[in-house]
Ligand binder design. Structure first.
Ligand code: SAM
Length: 245
């Protein structure tokens, strides 16, 4: 299987060193499931000073990133299957489903903004989509790019140990939050691990986990539970209130 190819365009390539040298992203590169190239956007900027930003037309504080370096860089880097993403607080909300879709692309080009953002022509004429990691503003597209990259790469086959079943039980994979997890010691400062988890009875454990997952999602994220297809048994666990039309 071809590795997922990712090109990142940024004014701060060093930002990515730590995350790419640790954990899942590092293992995916070493395992051959991912290739990442982090590019200095300035390399595609014109002139002696390689300027990448300029004043806002119409007035206003702060600088806006110029379109030309992004267009030139994508011209150079794009392959026929390239999927070009601008990280932007005005983009579509990034979800587990979007992560799954990105994991299935052969080639991602991630564009990181800075300052007041990026000239709108990049969003309207260059990229395939704009993605937002949430309803808040961070200082640059580097963290959002890493969030999207990490969430997508861990879904690329063979990147994580434990196989597809392990991923299926994670929060958001099937629309629910994951059940609570415990490890040793079984008793700590008077706090005991639920006895069922020590019982060795796989069916009872599975039933307990499903119940916890449903109740936790209902309590913390009723917006999610409203979108999940529930079995008769699930509905019985949640009670009538949860699934009134
Ligand atoms: N002035 C812009 C606005 O109000 O929408 C915010 C610009 S922000 C300070 C600079 C860059 O950070 C953006 O161009 C984008 O690349 C990135 N960014 C900030 N928040 C983001 C978010 N929630 N999701 C994705 N990217 C974000």
């Amino acid at each position: 299987m071809q590795p997922l190819r990712v090109d990142i365009l940024t004014l701060f390539p060093d930002y990515f060193r730590g995350p790419l040298a640790h954990g899942t992203l590092c293992r995916a590169v070493r395992g051959g499931q991912l290739t990442v190239a982090v590019h200095q956007l300035r390399n595609w900027a014109a002139g002696k000073h390689r300027v990448t930003d300029d004043y806002t037309f119409g007035g206003g504080s702060g600088m806006v990133m110029k379109p030309e370096p992004f267009f030139r860089a994508v011209d150079d880097l794009a392959t026929p299957q390239a999927h070009v993403v601008l990280l932007s607080p005005a983009g579509r909300l990034f979800t587990q489903q979007r992560a799954e879709e990105l994991a299935g692309k052969g080639h991602l080009i991630l564009l990181c903004g800075r300052y007041e953002g990026v000239d709108e022509r990049v969003a309207t004429h260059l990229v395939d989509e704009e993605l937002s990691i949430g309803d808040y503003v961070v200082s640059g597209g580097e963290l959002p790019a890493l969030v999207a990259l990490d969430a997508a790469v861990r879904l690329v086959p063979a990147v994580l140990g434990g196989g597809p079943a392990a991923l299926q039980e994670e929060s958001h994979a099937a629309g629910l939050l994951e059940y609570p997890q415990f490890t040793r010691p079984a008793s700590y400062r008077g706090m005991d691990v639920p006895a069922v988890l020590l019982s060795g009875d796989h069916q009872r454990i599975a039933d307990w986990r499903r119940r916890q997952s449903l109740l936790r999602t209902q309590a913390r994220r009723p917006d999610l539970i409203a979108r999940v297809e529930l079995s008769v048994a699930d509905k019985a666990i949640l009670g009538d209130k949860a699934h009134c039309e």
